[in-house]
Design a protein around this ligand. Structure first.
Ligand SMILES: Cc1ncc(COP(=O)(O)O)c(C=O)c1O
Length: 396
């Protein structure tokens, strides 16, 4: 029989243990670089909205992957998909909240395969091997993973001088084994936007699935277009677009992990799971409903106007940095969105990294900066100042 004293001692021990563990975790966390430090200039993630912290807690134990017990969470997901469907010109959207761009891109190619195989079955055609996808050479590396994972041949179409896919190159790569073409709206390295209208024409003429990877651009392009920036459209208003990926955990201001995939019509891919009493259409079996709750909170709290305000500030800050760099005599590439590339001497780039700036380089050797909502004018000023100083030192 346990006495009250025993119980008290146990509670005390547990409290001490909890404190120790939390202190350990805080110490690990201190090693991470925070967004608020201003040092992170090339991440596509950012500090989530404050309300998300509360929203995620409400759903901390809900599994979005189990329809039997997550009716409320699934309703939230549907509302988010509808909201984004409206944003992307789609009347009747289908789709899911995912863990991010990689998962959404996987689901898109799985869907392309499912549709192609069904069409071939219906027409009595033999299964083709190996299936192929065409992606721009600027596409995210998730497509290389997809190629390996799904045993699909990946063909890379060349890009023009503005880092947008060359339509002739795409045309030349198409053959009877092509199951999907991918266009990118907001490339990871340059923020360039492919000619989705041109790709859609090609895909419709060849009856090929068209997926648009707007993991980054999805929460930027619709808003900068509303701000009258002259950038290409990429959404479902373009006939022939079959699916779009976009990430709430990038410019959507939500917690990690959260992506989204939207389909223009009901997806064909699913597996039957008798013990879950129905179809399972997701990639992941278990998925945090907390991500959906965070997404709902962001969309509702910010609304279109809130997103426009955030994106406007990022674009203005990008311009501020671009002007500052030009003022230092540095060659920049004109930015399409809040990603800025410039040419900087290797020694100076390396010194910037040494002094703690988190910046990156593209495959073509340009410095790459992503101006996210956590990057403020003061950080930009400090960064420009550091470059100025390093250039001065290099001269002496
Ligand atoms: C265009 C694009 N697609 C896909 C991804 C992959 O997204 P995630 O890292 O969320 O899987 C990224 C990430 O940077 C991206 O920029």
């Amino acid at each position: 029989m346990k006495t009250d004293n025993d119980k008290q001692t146990k509670t005390k021990q547990e409290e001490t243990k909890k404190k120790e563990i939390l202190t350990e975790l805080q110490n690990f966390h201190k090693k991470d670089i925070s967004f608020s430090s201003g040092k992170i200039l090339s991440s596509m993630c950012t500090k989530p909205l404050k309300i998300v912290e509360e929203a995620r807690k409400i759903f901390k134990e809900t599994n979005l992957g189990d329809k039997r017990i997550s009716e409320g969470a699934i309703e939230i997901e549907k509302i988010c998909i509808r909201w984004v469907g409206d944003l992307l010109n789609l009347n009747q959207p289908y789709g899911f909240i995912t863990s991010g761009g990689t998962e959404s891109n996987i689901l898109a190619i799985m869907e392309a395969r499912a549709r192609k195989r069904e069409a071939m079955k219906e027409s009595g055609e033999k299964e083709m091997m190996p299936e192929e996808i065409i992606v721009p050479e600027t596409a995210h590396f998730s497509f290389d993973k997809i190629s390996f994972l799904m045993d699909i041949k990946i063909k890379k179409a060349s890009a023009d001088k503005n880092f947008c896919v060359d339509l002739n190159s795409v045309k030349n790569l198409i053959n009877k084994n092509t199951i999907a073409v991918v266009g990118v709206a907001g490339t990871t390295e340059y923020g360039s936007i492919d000619d989705i209208e041109g790709l859609a024409q090609i895909c419709m003429a060849n009856k090929i699935y068209l997926h648009v990877d707007a993991a980054f651009g999805g929460f930027v392009i619709p808003f900068i277009r509303k701000l009258n920036y002259n950038v290409r459209n990429f959404d479902f208003g373009i006939e022939g677009v079959d699916s779009i990926a976009l990430d709430p955990h990038k410019m959507g201001m939500n917690i990690i992990p959260s992506g989204m995939i939207l389909f223009g019509k009901e997806p064909k891919f699913s597996v039957n799971v008798s013990y879950l009493q129905g179809k399972h259409e997701r990639l992941l079996g278990t998925f945090p409903a907390a991500s959906a709750a965070g997404c709902y909170a962001c969309l509702k709290f910010l609304g279109e106007d809130g997103y426009i305000k955030i994106v406007k500030e990022c674009m203005e800050n990008t311009k501020e940095l671009a002007e500052g760099l030009k003022g230092l005599g540095i060659e920049i590439l004109n930015p399409t969105m809040n990603i800025l590339n410039f040419n900087i001497r290797k020694e100076i780039y390396n010194k910037l990294v040494e002094t703690g700036w988190i910046i990156s380089k593209t495959s073509k050797g340009y410095a790459r900066i992503v101006i996210m909502p956590h990057t403020k004018r003061t950080h930009i000023k400090k960064f420009l100042n550091d470059i100025k100083q390093l250039m001065k030192n290099a001269k002496n």
